[in-house]
Design a protein around this ligand. Sequence first.
Ligand code: GLU
Length: 469
Amino acid sequence: MTVRVRFAPSPTGMFHVGGARSALQNWIYAKQHEGVFVLRIEDTDAARNKPEWTEGILTALEWIGIARGSYEGPHFQSANAGEHRAAAERLHAGGRAYYCDCTRDQVQARTGSQYQGYDGFCRDRGLGPGEGRALRFRTPDEGETVVVDLIRGEPTFENKLIEDFVIARGDGSPVFLLANVVDDLTMGITHVIRAEEHLPNTPKQQLLWEALGATPPIWAHVPVVVNEKRQKLSKRRDKVALEAYRDEGYLPDAMRNYLMLLGWAPSGDREIVPWSVIESEFRLEEVNLSPAFFDEKKLRAFNGEYIRALPVEQFIEECRPWLTGTATIPPPPWQPEEFDEAAFNAVAELAQTRIAVLSEIVPNVDFLFLADPLIDEGAWAKAMKPGAAELLDAAVVAFEALPQWDAESLKAALEQVGTERGLKLGKAQAPVRVAVTGRTVGLPLFESMEVLGRERTLTRLRAARLRLP
Ligand code: GLU
């Protein structure tokens, strides 16, 4: 039997990091079993779906390493609507489903308002189809439904506790629960790997598989991803969109490594591992049952490590979108013609060790390209303490006299200026740094001044001095 798994997102919003994790788990499972990964876009909720979200899913998958053309699909659930209806009709014709015209109020009047389910009132009324009549699945009165789940063992559900659930609405349209089963069945899906939130539906879906005369798939319900308060990650509250991380400058390799560590760990005492190791070592069966904490701080640290591990040429390439701007990344504060490739290349290695996400490259290097540095007024106030004016004056004199404009000479000169005033180098650097770069933190100061060049550095120091009383 060929393993066939599917990833079945609904195109109703930005691509959720939890979805990316499910996609990767499916992807790896297919790879490990020489199986097929199917992408199915579950687009039947016309009111909430937008085509651009579908495009977003394809692009996000590509970014995370699941390239178009390397999987089956995308199939679209809406294209299978005829099959969904036919399945509903078959279930009705076979006596496995019945029409029901009860309103919620009527059910509650009979059962009391506490009761959430359906009381089976129409089971044997023999109603035919008609406007406003829902089609309900006739669940077995006895026995139990045993779900075989690679992560959870065999969750068992008593059939008599499963209500006769609706499979087609009053207007005849099949509900998602049925459409999802029919698609999996017609697409020959053997393993359904998906989020835990679908587990309550699984016994119902398994009953549908059986009623449609097919062998249900093996299931794997992966625990939810939560925030630091142990709340399920939510679109409204948390940063969940994969695209947001991409645009901030997370590397796809770091992201997918991190996502796979949610609820699982590779062998040995390590977390940052090549993708090939994850692909061979990951075991769906080993995924932890407790909710997985999506720790953005840890992800940042991971990303920093991935950035530092890049060959510098690649780092330079990776930075490019932030240096120029794209449709989703805002342009940097300098004009395109102000950008100086050689200057950037000269500091790239220094920047590489200091940033955790690629977008941070911009505030680290903007002083090189802007005519005047963007002065952070808070930093200015902190650095320009009494004595700063005299220090800047002395620094200008010392720097002007340098025969050689390089980091080493600049450092020695400022050290000297500081010593004469009883200041350690760090203290002496602060006003110079703010004058030259606009900030209190950033790339190593002397290398920065070397790359910025004599004239521009001195002009900035003089300009800062003029601002001081
Ligand atoms: N379309 C469903 C979702 O986005 C997926 C259901 C499934 O994986 O079975 O949550």
